[in-house]
Write a protein that binds this ligand. Structure first.
Ligand code: ADP
Ligand code: MG
Length: 277
């Protein structure tokens, strides 16, 4: 039987079969309700493999809800209130028999507030993703995964001599990169980031943006941001979400980031990206 160690391949590392498969994510007609309150209306979006897709739009238009639906993190699945499909590599992540934990391993999530385990060592924080996903690896292989994940998150040089210190001892920006490393350790195909820099100072924000730029092409990234400059710096594609008091969140416009910002098709997009909202 194949050892679990054989199946762990970091994004960008060549797979045994040759080449590095990159998987895109697609939603088709996703609508969502909290009780009778409809918050998303027929959201269809293709997130291209290896690219960074930015989701922009005012607060309350359903961006976080949408991200949680993409990786089955949302409790709404159980309380009904969901329609449409989410496809990873063409396969519905809500297919019967598909385990949410497996979906979440393949589609990682980083939140606005860095959430490392504060009392746990840096090493164990990164390795915890493996444990939670039920992935058993040899100690050497785990060491390798922890190091390469920290390298990819742009944190290795800062922490290589203090891997046994607690996660809570890092600065906010370092904690966020630690969380990125934790996500990367399980070799996800997709990384979802919900306003990952909103709680960070400008220097830490720049470091996280550099990390995203490094990861581009190695896995598929979706980032929610309220920072229009950031969306333009890090993303190749962009989707503008909008809700009003009586209409649920919808995509008004999606396309190449350059086009959405430089030549928006919808006047509401032009107003939003130019700060007139
Ligand atoms: P955004 O991330 O774009 O600010 P959210 O996805 O957080 O938007 O919220 C979209 C809408 O869904 C809002 O009206 C919000 O109040 C509502 N909402 C979000 N989470 C819940 C929840 N757990 N229960 C009920 N309503 C919710
Ligand atoms: Mg949100």
């Amino acid at each position: 039987a194949a050892d679990a160690t054989d199946t762990i391949v970091l994004p960008g590392v060549e797979r045994p079969s040759g080449g590095t498969p990159l998987y895109g994510l697609e939603s088709r007609g996703v609508s969502a309700w909290f009780g009778t309150h409809k918050v998303l209306d027929r959201v269809s979006l293709t997130m291209q493999p290896g690219q960074v897709t930015a989701l922009i739009g005012p607060s309350g238009c359903g961006k976080s809800t949408y991200l949680r639906i993409l990786n089955r993190m949302h409790e709404m699945v159980r309380t009904a209130g969901l329609a449409g499909e989410v496809l990873l590599d063409g396969e519905d992540v809500y297919a019967p028999g598909r385990r949410p934990a497996d979906v979440r391993r393949r589609i990682g999530m980083v939140f606005q507030r860095p959430n490392p385990f504060p009392g746990m060592s840096l090493y164990d924080n990164v390795a915890s993703g493996l444990k939670l996903a039920g992935i058993k690896v040899s100690r050497d292989h785990r060491d390798h995964l922890v190091q390469s994940s920290l390298e990819r998150a742009g944190l290795w040089n800062e922490v290589r001599n203090r891997l046994r210190t607690p996660g809570g001892s890092l600065s906010g920006g370092q904690q966020q990169r630690l969380c990125i490393a934790r996500s990367l350790a399980v070799s996800p195909d997709v990384l979802l980031m919900d306003e990952p820099c909103s709680a960070l100072d400008p220097t830490s924000t720049r470091r996280v943006e550099e990390t995203i730029a490094e990861l581009r092409g190695r896995l598929t990234i979706v980032i929610v941001t309220h920072n229009m400059q950031q969306a333009q710096r890090v993303s190749q594609s962009c989707a503008f979400f909008l809700a009003t008091h009586d209409t649920p969140g919808r995509i008004v416009e999606a396309g190449d980031t350059e086009q959405v910002f430089g030549d928006p098709a919808d006047p509401r997009t032009a107003d939003y990206v130019n700060g007139r909202f």
